[in-house]
Design a protein. Structure first.
Length: 192
């Protein structure tokens, strides 16, 4: 497992529910995703929570992973979803805390706040321009980003792009998002 991909025998044992296979796979997998979760979330407690949720979900869905080559993309995609969930929970908690601190004072609605509307539109415009620049550099990344922007899932993206392996779709999504973040940071000074 030098590149992180388990042998087919170890993977088959994992899929069949062999906990010894899980114990052999767990330390290197946990280490890789823990580094990423810590880097993305910043807080050790949130990172540990995301890692644990990710590993639990991978174990629960192990039979749906086609082969050993798809384990890592599935693991990282699941982690990205868990990190996103952590961000959402943290945002909701901040909003709840702000609402409690505001007490009976009526806070202006986010939807009706002109400043917030302008910021949202500016961000939407910047993202659209960054997607166009990314598409000019790499046509496929542009297609993937437009599909993601329209709310498509990875499976729907695969269907739209033709008969492409899911691992390739996950790689394209990851690379397109990474390039989009670079463009937003470098050209628009937006750090997402």
């Amino acid at each position: 497992m030098p590149d992180g991909t388990p042998s087919e025998e170890l993977f088959d044992a994992l899929r069949s529910g062999d906990e010894q296979a899980l114990e052999r796979l767990l330390p290197p997998l946990r280490e890789r995703i823990a580094r990423l979760a810590k880097r993305r979330l910043g807080e050790a407690v949130l990172a540990q929570e995301a890692v644990q949720e990710t590993l639990s979900e991978v174990w629960a869905k192990r039979s749906s992973i086609r082969d050993a080559d798809h384990l890592l993309p599935f693991l990282f995609q699941t982690l990205r979803h868990k990190i996103g969930s952590c961000y959402l929970r943290a945002r909701r908690e901040r909003e709840r805390t702000a609402d409690l601190q505001a007490g009976d004072r009526a806070a202006p609605s986010e939807a009706g706040n002109p400043e917030r509307i302008a910021e949202t539109e500016e961000l939407r415009h910047s993202v659209a321009m960054a997607i166009e620049k990314c598409a000019a550099e790499h046509r496929m990344w542009g297609e993937v980003l437009r599909l993601l922007q329209s709310g498509r899932s990875a499976h729907e993206i695969r269907d739209a792009l033709g008969d492409v392996p899911m691992a390739t779709i996950h790689t394209r999504i990851h690379r397109a998002r990474a390039r989009l973040r670079e463009i937003l940071r470098d050209d628009f000074q937006i750090d997402l």
